[in-house]
Design a protein around this ligand. Structure first.
Ligand code: FAD
Length: 475
C-alpha cells in the first residue's frame, strides 16, 4: 500500500486516516493514487497547461460500482470532488486542488448496434474512439472537431461539430445515460426513466452526477465525405468573411463551413511565403453524397483569390483528426466565447481587427457555423439554450511561455469585449473559463431556474461543484 502524504480536505471534514484510505482503495478496481505514486502526476495532468492542481486522491474507476463507491466516499466526507472524462475543459475542472478526482479515463468501452443505429459509450471514451468505432459501420453522431476531447464533458455541455447542422447537437442525439447521483444511487436517465434528470444531463454539465456511460443515436455518414480547407490572404479578410457570412446563411444542412483567423502554420499545401502570416482559413465538411458536396462547396473557393484550396473526398474519421496537431495538449490556453445570431459587418470588421493583433503564432479566432437541425429544437427542450446561435466564436489564446500569460489573456478578453455588443449575451458552457462563473446563469437563460431546482433535488449539498456550477435553489 502506498503512502498518502498530501491530504487537504474541505476544512470542516477533518483528517482522513490511512486505514480509511486503504479501505476505500480496496473498493476501487483501478486503484487509488496519492501524490507519492509514480502514476500520480500523469493522472492529474489535463489538456490546459495553465492548470496544475494536486488532488488528495485519484480514484481510477473501471466500473459503475467503483464510481458509486467513490461518490459515497466523497459525499460522506463532503470532499471537494472532481470528475475526469477527457480532461479537456479549458477551466481544468477535471481536477480539484486537495480533493478527490474520480478518474473515468479507463472506462472507454464502446458497443455499436448497427441494426438499431445505437451506440453505448463509456464515459472515459475520447471522440476519436467513438468516431472510429461508429465509422466501422458507416455511422456517426455529432461530436466535436478534436479527436482527443472527451465524449463525456462534450456531451454534458451540449456538443457540436461538423454534423450538428444536419443532425443536431450531441445532446439531441443522447438517448439515455447511466449516472451515479450524489446519494450514490445508480440511475438510468432517459425520456421514459428519470425524465427530469435526463433533461438536466443534456447540457447541464457535470452538475447532476457522474455519468458512467451514454447511449446515442447514430446516423449514416461517409465513410467518405467531401471536406478540407480553403485559405485566403489576410488582405482579403473583410470581403471573404462577408461572402462566407452570406453563403452560410443559406447553405444546406449537410454543409458546414467554419472560419479561422490565425497565422498560417507551415502546412505543405500552403506557399512558404504565407507561413507565419495571418490568413483566413475556411474549413468545411459536406456530410452527404460526395459529388453533391463538391457542387455545394464550390462557391467557398470563389469568395476571393485563395492562396490554397485543399478540398476533396476523404474519410470522415480522418478529417475528424485534421486539427489535432494545432490543438495538442501541453500548451497554455485561455479562451473567450460569444454566440451570434447574426454576424453584421461591424462584428466582422472587429474580428478582422483583432486578428491583426494576434499575440502569438498559436492564437486564433475561430467561428463555427451552426443553425440547421440544432436550431429547429426548442430552447427549453434541453438545457442548451443557445438554439439561436448561428455562429459560436471561440477566441483561442494559446501560448507556451508563462511570461506571456497576461499579454495573451488581455488580447482574448479585449477581442471578446469588442465582439460582445454584436453577440446574443449567451455563451457555450463548454468554452467558459474558470473566471467566468458569473456567465453561467446567462448561458442557460430561461432554463436556469429549472436547472437550479433540479440541482436542489439531485445534489442539494453541491457535491458536484467543480464545474460551471449551477447553484442549488429550492423552488
Ligand atoms: C482542443 C479542444 C477542442 C474542442 N472542440 C470542441 C468542439 O468541436 N465542439 C464542442 O462542442 N466542444 C469542443 N471543445 C470543448 C469540450 O466540449 C469541453 O472541453 C468538454 O468539457 C471536454 O470534455 P472532457 O471530458 O474532455 O473534459 P473534462 O475536463 O474531463 O470534463 C469537463 C467537465 O465535465 C465534467 N465531467 C466529465 N466527465 C463527466 C462524467 N462522466 N460525469 C459527470 N461530469 C463529468 C468534469 O467534471 C468537468 O467539469 C473542445 C475542447 C478542446 C480542448
Amino acid at each position: 500500500m502506498q503512502s498518502f502524504p498530501y491530504l487537504s480536505l474541505d476544512k470542516d471534514v477533518g483528517h482522513l486516516g490511512v486505514a480509511e484510505i486503504e479501505s476505500f482503495a480496496a473498493q476501487i478496481s483501478g486503484g487509488v493514487l496519492g501524490p507519492a505514486d509514480a502514476a500520480y502526476d500523469e493522472a492529474r495532468r489535463v489538456w490546459n497547461a495553465t492548470v496544475d492542481r494536486r488532488p488528495a486522491l485519484i480514484a481510477r474507476c473501471l466500473s459503475d460500482r467503483d464510481v458509486q463507491a467513490a461518490v459515497r466516499f466523497a459525499a460522506a466526507r463532503r470532499m471537494l470532488t472532481s470528475v475526469r472524462g477527457g480532461g479537456h475543459h479549458i477551466a481544468g475542472n477535471a481536477v480539484a486542488e486537495g480533493g478527490l478526482m474520480i478518474d473515468l479515463s479507463a472506462m472507454r468501452a464502446i458497443e455499436i448496434d448497427p441494426a438499431r443505429r445505437r451506440a453505448r459509450v463509456g464515459a472515459g471514451a475520447l471522440l476519436g474512439d467513438f468516431d472510429r468505432a461508429a465509422q466501422a459501420h458507416g455511422l456517426a453522431t455529432p461530436l466535436g472537431v478534436n479527436s482527443t476531447t472527451g465524449v463525456a464533458g462534450l456531451t454534458l455541455g451540449g456538443g457540436f461539430g461538423w454534423l450538428t447542422r444536419r443532425y443536431g447537437m450531441t445532446v439531441d442525439n443522447l438517448r439515455s445515460a447511466n449516472v451515479v447521483t450524489a446519494d450514490g444511487a445508480l440511475r438510468t436517465a432517459s425520456a421514459d426513466s428519470e425524465p427530469d434528470l435526463f433533461w438536466a444531463l443534456r447540457g447541464g454539465g457535470g452538475n447532476f452526477g457522474v455519468v458512467t456511460s451514454f447511449e446515442y443515436q447514430l446516423h449514416p455518414v461517409g465513410p467518405q465525405v467531401y471536406a478540407g480547407l480553403v485559405v485566403y490572404p489576410f488582405a482579403q479578410a473583410g470581403r471573404v468573411l462577408r461572402a462566407w457570412r452570406d453563403f452560410t446563411s443559406d447553405a444546406p444542412d449537410e454543409l458546414s463551413v467554419w472560419a479561422v483567423l490565425r497565422k498560417a502554420p507551415p502546412l505543405p499545401f500552403l506557399p512558404a511565403d504565407a507561413h507565419g502570416h495571418e490568413v483566413v482559413i475556411l474549413p468545411l465538411v459536406y456530410s452527404g453524397d460526395v459529388a453533391a458536396g463538391e457542387h455545394a462547396a464550390a462557391p467557398v473557393a470563389r469568395f476571393g483569390d485563395p492562396i490554397a484550396v485543399a478540398l476533396g473526398a476523404q474519410p470522415y474519421s480522418q478529417f475528424q483528426t485534421a486539427f489535432d496537431p494545432l490543438l495538442a495538449p501541453g500548451a497554455r490556453n485561455y479562451w473567450k466565447t460569444n454566440n451570434f445570431s447574426r454576424l453584421g459587418d461591424a462584428a466582422i470588421d472587429g474580428l478582422v481587427a483583432a486578428a491583426g493583433r494576434l499575440p502569438g503564432p498559436e492564437c486564433e479566432i475561430f467561428v463555427a457555423q451552426l443553425g440547421g437541425a440544432m436550431a429547429r429544437v426548442a430552447p427549453g427542450a434541453t438545457p442548451f439554450v443557445g438554439r439561436d446561435a448561428r455562429y459560436i466564436m471561440n477566441v483561442h489564446g494559446r501560448w507556451q511561455d508563462p511570461g506571456d500569460d497576461a499579454r495573451v489573456r488581455a488580447w482574448a478578453r479585449r477581442t471578446f469585449e469588442d465582439a460582445a455588443p454584436h453577440a446574443t449575451g449567451s455563451g457555450y458552457v463548454n468554452f467558459l473559463t474558470e473566471d467566468e462563473a458569473e456567465r453561467v446563469g446567462a448561458s442557460y437563460g430561461a432554463n436556469y431556474p429549472r436547472l437550479q431546482a433540479l440541482k436542489q433535488r439531485f445534489d442539494p449539498d453541491n457535491l458536484f461543484r467543480m464545474n460551471l456550477n449551477i447553484a442549488p435553489r429550492a423552488t
